[in-house]
Design a protein around this ligand. Structure first.
Ligand SMILES: Cc1ncc(COP(=O)(O)O)c(C=O)c1O
Length: 456
């Protein structure tokens, strides 16, 4: 595509397209990266420039780009049965087999899978399931939800209320009533002077206990948490964080919803982020890598203990009144089944385990940069927190200005990363090789060296 054609396409974009999660004002004057195709861990723009996709799209394209088997699974299913619903006791093979597979992979001996289209709608479903469940059992005041500052759970009204980030709240009149946000488990930023990690976790645990007591344990439906915070800035919790807060939740009979939208499948070196961080999920949300990002699909996995009272109550009402036209879309389910088959056949999770030490050693090396306050990560995900002063940990003003510079230089150098404020997130496709990890961090180091001249 020549320059004029590209400019024309960009103009049509700016005239007609309402972009999600975008600074709509600066979008009118900024260059737009228009991608065209992808292969392996690389994507190409309209002019053929190659980029290493350092964020796997939006933390989702775990098998990389151009996977023909996924395209064939979609094509075969579209040709065979392009749509069928799961309403009113109808069913189809792809949804049936996918639900069986997911229960097999889940921590539950017996459970059920409810399909949706996005992580956001799945977290709405979570809230509605607990509401229905509690009402069914007569616990009608057990409705409040606890989540965490910087947690990300989506953008629908309920899931945005769970999300603990200002951009998802401001001018939207959110969070809605009944949503409470507690501490981000980030030792680097949150610890008091002279506080060690154990004391820090203890303090956060006590804060949770205090909030529960203040609100009344009998009023709290659930707590929702990502094993590691992705969109909040790749925040890795201290080792003992989940076991410690889980004790408090257990003491007050408060379920823990595990939002695995970024961590499943395999991102942290185990199938589930919950395994890596020792969480005991009461129910699980998945999306993104369930189809390697190739087609929208999400799911809520619940154990039968949660499902059974819901089942009985729906019998009394006459119907369980929740579900989407595309819940368990056969094409999405067929692609997800193929994705899970490839994970197993190609031993993708073993591959992650085998390259993640190397990945993390390259992450650690970034700590020597003057502008890096904390380079953190686990498995094949990392967050590089930029600071203007390493010893005082001072950030940049305005917040996000340095992150934008670094991300732009990376892009110019052929690496796509995400700037979350002044944290640079990287989370490449899980198929990345050791050499490609070196390629990714070599570009990043070069970009950061160039950026430091501008930002420091
Ligand atoms: C942990 C987590 N939960 C939920 C969501 C929302 O998913 P979606 O964008 O598919 O609605 C995201 C999206 O990034 C996420 O990272």
């Amino acid at each position: 595509m020549n320059n004029d054609q590209l400019k024309n396409l960009e103009q049509i974009d700016k005239t007609n397209l309402f972009h999600p999660i975008t600074n709509l004002k600066s979008h009118t004057s900024e260059d737009v990266l228009i991608l065209d195709r992808g292969e392996g861990i690389y994507v190409y723009d309209k002019q053929g420039k190659r980029y290493l996709e350092g964020l796997a799209g939006l933390w989702c394209t775990s098998l990389g780009y151009g996977v023909k088997e996924l395209a064939e699974a979609a094509s075969e299913q579209m040709t065979k049965l392009g749509y069928a619903s799961l309403f009113t006791s109808k069913s189809h093979e792809p949804a049936i087999l996918l639900s069986e597979k997911l229960i097999e992979m889940s921590p539950y001996d017996k459970g059920k899978v409810f399909f949706g289209n996005s992580g956001s709608d799945a977290n709405d479903t979570q809230l509605k399931l607990y509401t229905y469940y509690n009402n069914a059992l007569g616990n009608t005041s057990k409705k409040k939800i606890i989540s965490r500052i910087k947690g990300y759970h989506g953008v629908t009204v309920a899931s945005a209320s769970m999300t603990g980030l200002p951009a998802q709240h401001k001018l939207f009149d959110l969070p809605a009533d009944g949503f409470f946000h507690i501490d981000t488990p980030h030792f680097y930023r949150g610890a008091l002077e002279n506080e060690n990690e154990e004391q820090y976790v203890q303090r956060l645990t006590q804060n949770l206990d205090d909030l529960i007591c203040k609100e009344g344990p009998e009023t709290i439906a659930a707590m929702i948490a990502e094993p590691l915070m992705g969109a909040g800035g790749v925040i890795i919790p201290p080792t003992n964080y989940f076991p410690s807060i889980q004790k408090v939740l257990t003491k007050y009979s408060i379920p823990l919803i595990d939002d695995e939208v970024v961590c499943a499948f395999g991102r942290t070196g185990n199938v589930w982020g919950a395994e890596t961080f020792d969480m005991k999920p009461s129910s699980i949300t998945i999306a993104k890598a369930l189809s390697s990002g190739y087609i929208p699909i999400s799911a809520v996995i619940v154990p039968d203990e949660l499902y059974d009272p819901i089942k009985d109550a729906s019998g009394d009402i006459g119907i369980f009144g929740h579900g989407y036209t595309y819940s368990g879309h056969p094409v999405s389910c067929a692609v997800a089944l193929k994705t899970l088959e490839i994970y197993k056949r190609d031993k993708i999770f073993d591959h992650v385990a085998s390259v993640s030490d190397h990945f993390q050693s390259r992450v650690n090396k970034l700590n020597s940069f003057e502008s890096v306050g904390e380079a953190r990560g686990i498995g094949l995900i990392c967050g590089i927190e930029l600071v203007s002063n390493k010893s005082s940990k001072e950030g940049f003003t305005p917040m996000g200005s340095a992150g934008r510079v670094v991300a732009k230089i990376c892009q110019d150098e052929g690496l796509i990363v995400r700037a979350i404020g002044d944290v640079i997130a990287m989370c490449p496709p899980l198929i990345i090789t050791k050499n490609q990890i070196d390629e990714m961090f070599d570009i990043f180091e070069l970009s950061l060296t160039k950026a430091e001249i501008k930002i420091l």
